[in-house]
Ligand binder design. Structure first.
Ligand code: MTE
Length: 321
């Protein structure tokens, strides 16, 4: 079986310890910048600064350690506990033997192997802040492809206003999906999420297949998960098996569970508090002490406002939280 990282256009070693991760990143950066310059010709819109912002290079000294990224997780299909998913996901290694149903308002509908998706797109590495609605955050080096590059390939029709995603629903794989596991706290399965088409085609919106230079481990949403860095983490749905283009606003699982607490948009916003806690600051988790963390101010759109604020021009962000 081919590992997902075999599809990286820039080859890497089997395992990437943190110490060599940065050497390789520098190479990829040079590579990415030169290919962007070639692709964009004289376009001023795609300056080196913008490219570096998409790639998240300004965050390289703030990375959360590989251990915390892979051992402090929210993945309710495994457990509501933060550390249990790493343990429970040990035997969940779907690799490239995985398929995704693409359907709805789209020209190229069908069931596609993850390998097809990887052939259609180019994998790259991006460092993004991840801000959970629970007010903790991390800085994560992902590997994957832009959702826009996939959308360009499958060609949504003019009726497509939203993109809906679903996680695998299989209680044999995910113990948390067994009836009654969490009693009253259970979620309606499968986990579902959605974006407007403008959000989905924003160049920041990413489909991750790896983290820290390795294929995604189960607890981080193997083998394919969404990453929407300007939104609360619950939008970044894991282990995706379905992508559907719709006319109507899709279901968002947490919004369905408690609509007064979790909105469909879920843009990171320090001025709009969760009904039960403030969103003005966040606990930045950087290493395995987990508790030796800094509380820092939360940024509007998680610091990505210059790239995404135009999407929401004229929208009342208090009402559409
Ligand atoms: N996707 C699924 N299918 N199930 C989940 O429980 N949790 C979400 C999101 N995606 C979740 C999910 C939440 S609340 C967060 S903060 C992020 O995943 C956490 O991603 P991480 O564990 O890789 O840090």
């Amino acid at each position: 079986m081919k590992l997902l990282k075999d599809y990286l256009k820039v080859k890497e070693h089997q395992v990437t310890p943190e110490s060599v991760f940065w050497k390789r990143r520098e190479f990829i950066r040079q590579f990415a910048l030169s290919s962007v310059v070639l692709a964009s010709g004289s376009s001023l819109a795609f300056t080196e600064k913008t490219t570096s912002k998409y790639a998240g290079l300004e965050l390289k000294n703030e990375l959360s350690s590989e251990y915390v990224v892979t051992h402090h997780n929210n993945f309710y299909e495994f457990s509501t506990d933060k550390e249990r998913p790493a343990e429970l996901a040990k035997n969940f290694n779907p690799g490239s033997d995985w398929s995704v149903n693409i359907g709805g308002e789209v020209e190229l509908a069908g069931k596609f192997g993850l390998e097809d998706l990887l052939k259609w797109t180019s994998q790259e590495e991006r460092i993004y802040r991840l801000r959970c609605v629970e007010a903790w955050s991390m800085v994560v080096p992902w590997r994957g492809f832009s959702l826009k590059s996939l959308i360009d390939k499958v060609k949504p029709t003019s009726k497509a206003k939203y993109v809906a995603f679903k996680t695998l629903h299989d209680p044999n794989v995910f113990p948390g999906q067994k009836r009654g596991t969490f009693g009253m706290h259970t979620l309606p399965w499968p986990y579902e999420e959605g974006l407007t088409i403008d959000e989905a085609t924003n160049p920041l919106t990413f489909m991750a297949t790896g983290v820290y230079g390795k294929d995604l481990p189960g607890q981080n949403g193997a083998p394919l998960r969404l990453v929407v860095p300007w939104k609360y983490g619950f939008k970044s749905i894991k282990s995706i098996v379905s992508i559907e283009f719709t006319e109507e606003q899709p279901v968002s699982t947490w919004n369905e569970r408690a609509s007064s607490e979790y909105g469909f948009y879920a843009n990171v916003n320090p001025k709009v508090d969760h009904p039960r806690w403030s969103q003005a600051t966040e606990r930045r988790i950087t290493d395995e002490t987990l508790f030796g963390v800094k509380r820092i101010p939360t940024q509007m759109f998680n610091g990505y406002g210059d790239l995404v604020a135009p999407i929401y021009k004229g929208l009342n962000l208090k009402k559409y939280f």
